[in-house]
Design a protein around this ligand. Structure first.
Ligand code: NDP
Length: 434
């Protein structure tokens, strides 16, 4: 805390993990001897840089770029890039720290990293976005590579931005290194099903959890926050499993469609026309639009899937969800629930799927994209989707097993933290104090 004053999100993420690790250190005193906790919270490297670019009016603009190369004990750094005005060192460090354990849980050989910029893509022209991303990559290219650090997308960074960055990296390096970025377009090395992977994976994880329960996705009422990449494909998979998704949002407000939202309309508005979710009601007059996105959690539902951003569910919101009878909360976004909210869910017997397990499908398929790139091959949708399902099932089982082993049966928060941590800690011990 003393070393990282004002880094609230980062301290929150560290606290959440450390709370689970007490029994692990009792069982493995070696981790203490090897200074694992002190080392694991300190990024191997935090790079910040100036990103100058010229807007459409010919004015010079300057943003701040970040890359945190957090931990490379089990593989090259891997994690997305976020373009959002809220990005700062605390946000990048919380995301990078979480990424270490999430990547470990996937069973893939990938370390933890994250990055981004306080650049706001909203309202920018395509050429402005291109100039910005090229400038961003001009600097970032010095620090990344297929066996060093492999960035991907996150909030505000989709396949268009990845495409611009890949083009700039290729130009600077003078070589086509497909494995340097994931989330690429299919025509130049991207993986089929990467776009769907995080949202689908979250719902596969929930489906796995529900196999032991007398309640299923089929026939349930679901609320999903956000309407970006993770949200859209979580909605799609939930509908495929027979759920009725009644609400989604963007940062301005949310829509409620009691008959079940029409995903084609959401996709057209958000993926094709980059419009606001409010315009949904122009096409579906029976649906309602409400300003203030946080209000979405007042809609009664069986399953809540927060898929927008960090800390969107606080204690008060969690109490409303519980009072309205929520049975399952599955985190599609990173750290969408505060520590207080998680405690409320756990104390109310709500089945709670934490982000680092439930949303690991995206980075897992990114790793499959790296494997396809290095083998110069590409797999079918069925192949990738099949591997994704297998990975999500394994993550669920490993988390449950770790929770059992360390005396907290059924606690997926602890299980995910412990299972993700021990693999990285063992690798750090094996590699010595570096
Ligand atoms: P997108 O940019 O595609 O979509 C983000 C969505 O959340 C948009 O609807 C956006 O609304 C909304 N949103 C963003 N910031 C806020 C905010 N401060 N308050 C309310 N709503 C907000 O991002 P992704 O779908 O890729 O990412 C969503 C979450 O999932 C993030 O937490 C990300 O870290 C996490 N994640 C993403 C993965 C991926 O593969 N993409 C993998 C694992 C985790 P608006 O358009 O108005 O900004």
């Amino acid at each position: 805390q003393k070393r990282n004053p004002n880094e609230h999100e980062f301290l929150q993420a560290v606290k959440e993990i450390f709370n689970s690790l007490v029994p692990v250190f009792v069982n493995h005193p070696k981790y203490m001897d090897y200074g694992i906790l002190d080392r694991i919270v300190e990024p191997e490297r935090l790079i910040t840089f100036r990103v100058p670019w010229v807007d459409d009016l010919g004015r010079v603009q300057v943003n701040r770029g970040f890359r945190v190369q957090y931990n490379s004990a089990i593989g090259p750094y891997k994690g997305g890039l976020r373009f959002h005005p809220s990005v700062n060192a605390s946000i990048v460090k919380f995301l990078g720290f979480e990424q270490i354990f999430k990547n470990s849980l996937t069973g893939q050989p990938i370390g933890g990293g994250k990055g981004g910029s306080d650049f706001d893509p909203k309202g920018k022209s395509e050429l402005e976005i291109m100039r910005f991303t090229q400038s961003f990559m001009t600097e970032l290219s010095q620090y990344i590579g297929p066996d060093i650090d492999v960035p991907a997308g996150d909030i505000g960074v989709g396949s268009r931005e990845i495409g611009f960055m890949f083009g700039q990296y290729k130009k600077i390096r003078g070589s086509f290194e497909a494995g340097v970025l994931t989330g690429k377009g299919i025509e130049y090395g991207g993986s089929i099903a990467r776009q769907e992977a995080t949202g689908y994976g979250t719902v596969y994880f929930i489906n796995e959890m529900l196999k032991d329960q007398d309640f299923a996705l089929k026939g349930s009422t679901v609320v999903v926050s956000g309407s970006g990449n993770v949200s859209i494909y979580a909605i799609e998979k939930a509908i495929q499993f027979g759920a009725r998704v009644v609400a989604c949002s963007d940062s301005d407000g949310f829509i409620y469609d009691k008959n079940g939202i029409n995903l084609d309309t959401v996709k057209r508005l958000k993926e094709v026309e980059t419009k606001r979710i409010s315009e949904y009601v122009d096409v579906h007059p029976d649906a309602e639009y409400f300003e203030d996105c946080t209000g979405i959690w007042s809609i009664p539902c069986d399953i809540a899937l927060p898929c927008a951003t960090q800390n969107e569910i606080d204690e008060a919101t969690a109490k409303v969800l519980v009072a309205n009878g929520v049975k399952v909360v599955g985190e599609g976004a990173n750290m969408p629930s505060t520590l207080g909210a998680i405690t409320i869910f756990q104390n109310s017997n709500v089945l709670f799927a934490p982000a680092k397990a439930a949303n690991a499908g995206g980075v897992a398929v990114s790793s499959l994209e790296m494997a396809q790139n290095s083998g110069k091959t590409s797999w079918s949708f069925e192949e990738v989707d099949g591997k994704l399902q297998e990975i999500m099932t394994n993550i669920y089982q490993n988390c449950m097993q770790a929770a059992d082993e360390y005396g907290v049966p059924g606690n997926l928060v602890a299980g995910a933290n412990i299972a993700g941590f021990t693999k990285v800690a063992d690798a750090m011990v094996a590699q010595g104090i570096i």
